[in-house]
Write a protein that binds this ligand. Structure first.
Ligand code: XMP
Length: 515
């Protein structure tokens, strides 16, 4: 185990993922964790994350100074390094020139932490403060043009610091550095593997559940599908999956999902057709948040009713993932007050957010995993690529891709347009070139002409984006001929649509979905 003490950096999770990619388990915990608590966790190494503060701010978050005496190797990253320097008697100052972006690393000592890191390798910097004087016993390992102390060490005490961010993709030598820390300095073994996780998770589920019954809300996304496969492997028919069809999925998807799970994999799935109920809830509703709220509430109602009908169940399985568990997930530390602040842009109603007041006990075997690890687990359990590599699809589905009121007519139109998008993107073999590629229906009409007839019909928006994680995104530079084929087919084959437009807004300032 390697623990990351989180000082509010947007990269804390990324550090954990990078460590796990070396097959060593890692967790993100609060910077407030005491040295005693850390000693109990007995990690083989500790990483102090970056953070938005200056170490000399009044409310700058501090770690327990006793951690330096634990004898556990520690690597400070950016703010983490500055904190180490300050607490151990060195000096940190506002730099005359901060350094932001890529910087070439001049290595003074190519051993230890920097073994196999190439001279002049690019590392990614983002800091306004710099270390100006090292604490006693420390020496410099590397510098850059604007940062005299880019990497430092007290090798005897196994204390290390880097001013750059080895965890980001732009840091070319970052992985080598992380491997040095994990394997050579902390002496970890590469035991965090998909196979080991699956084995352990199955053992735990069996021990916990015994001969009791488990209910799972299946959505067809990668998380709930992986969960279904894992639980089925662990407890067979003690698992019941409930698939609630809200009526907002894509054309053919409910049928496809049922076929796959029931016929191909013999997993018990109860299909609940609740299309009319959800439509009724949305009649006359145009506000996006109100739509999400109603869909979320109705989902819980249907789920409760149906679980009573099919039950009793002792356990509810939830696809909670590690980012939901990290206490600091999506929070920042306010530099003025030292308080954590969370920012909410849109409410996300997922089956995952369910249901707090039900009287089930929870089974959450994926709670240690990041999303990419879930995909690996899913794949190793035999989940087909069409689910493992499916584009993200919002819980409220097409209901938030029809702007304004959702009606059966509009759903039919959008489903047909969406199918054409999928078919043409697949035909061009570009599905995996996009983070998402989908259609949105606007509730307005524009004038067109077809044959000799004037038309007055809906426009369809194509929203194709590239992204790493959905947090930021850019509009995709889709080839014109693909756009042309899609546009021609939609206008010709989907009655009710006479115009197709392409969204060229990045996120931010736009979001990926339109509602
Ligand atoms: P936005 O639109 O906020 O979307 O840029 C970011 C990512 O999240 C997906 N998304 C959702 N996923 N329930 C979900 O499960 C939701 O309510 C929801 N809203 C947006 C969106 O598709 C994109 O991948």
């Amino acid at each position: 185990l390697i623990v990351i003490l989180d000082f509010g950096s947007q990269y804390s999770e990324l550090i954990a993922r990078r460590i796990r990619e070396t097959h060593v388990y890692s967790e993100v915990i609060s910077y407030r964790t005491s040295a005693d608590q850390l000693a109990q966790l007995a990690p083989k190494g500790i990483i102090l994350s970056g953070g938005p503060n200056s170490v000399y701010d009044d409310h700058a978050p501090q770690c327990d100074p006793a951690i330096w005496e634990l004898g556990i190797p520690i690597l400070g990253v950016c703010y983490g390094m500055q904190l180490m320097v300050q607490q151990l008697g060195g000096t940190v100052e506002r730099a005359t020139a901060g350094e932001y972006g890529k910087a070439a690393l001049s290595i003074d000592d190519p051993t230890d932490l920097l073994t196999n890191v190439e001279q002049d390798t690019i590392m990614w910097m983002s800091h306004g403060d710099s270390v100006s004087k090292l604490p006693p016993g420390f020496r410099r390992l590397a510098h850059t043009q604007n940062t005299p102390m880019a990497a430092i060490a007290h090798p005897e005490r196994k204390l290390y610091g880097v001013q750059f961010h080895p965890e980001v993709v732009h840091s070319i030598g970052g992985i080598a550095l992380i491997r040095n820390f994990v394997y050579h300095i902390c002496d970890c073994e590469p035991t965090w593997t998909t196979a080991a996780f699956v084995e352990e998770a199955i053992r735990e589920v069996r021990a916990k559940v015994g001969d009791k019954r488990v209910l799972l809300a299946l959505s067809g996304g990668v998380d709930s599908s992986t969960l279904a496969f894992l639980l089925h492997r662990a407890i067979g028919d003690q698992l019941t999956c409930m698939f609630i069809d809200q009526g907002f999925m894509r054309k053919g998807e409910p049928e496809r999902l049922l076929k796959l799970f029931q016929e191909q994999f013999h997993i018990k799935v109860e299909y609940v057709n609740a299309r009319d109920r959800f439509l009724a809830q949305l009649r006359g509703v145009t506000d996006p948040e109100e739509k999400r709220k109603r869909i979320g509430h109705e989902f819980i109602r249907v789920f409760e009713e149906e679980s009573r009908r099919l039950g009793p169940f002792d356990y509810l399985a939830q696809g909670t993932l590690y980012p939901d568990v990290i206490e600091s997930a999506n929070t920042n530390i306010d530099p003025q007050t030292g308080e954590r602040v969370a920012v909410k842009i849109k409410s996300h109603h997922n089956v995952g957010g369910l249901p707090e007041n039900l009287r089930f006990k929870l089974v959450e075997p994926l709670r240690k995993l990041f999303k990419d690890e879930v995909r690996q687990v899913g794949r190793s359990l035999g989940l087909p690529d069409e689910i493992v590599r499916r584009h993200p699809f919002p819980g409220p589905g097409l209901a938030i891709r029809i702007l304004g009121e959702v009606t059966p007519e509009r759903l039919d139109i959008l489903r047909d347009a969406d199918l054409i998008v999928r078919q043409e993107v697949n035909r061009a073999q570009m599905y995996h070139d996009f983070w998402q590629a989908f259609a949105v229906l606007l509730p307005i009409r524009t004038v067109g002409v077809m044959g000799d007839q004037r038309t007055y019909a809906y426009p369809i928006v194509l929203r194709f984006v590239s992204s790493e994680d959905g947090m930021t995104a850019d509009w995709a530079r889709t080839p014109y001929d693909l756009l042309e084929r899609i546009s021609n087919r939609i206008v010709n084959e989907v009655p009710g649509v006479n115009r197709v437009v392409y969204d060229i807004t990045s996120k931010p300032p736009g979001t990926i979905e339109w509602e």
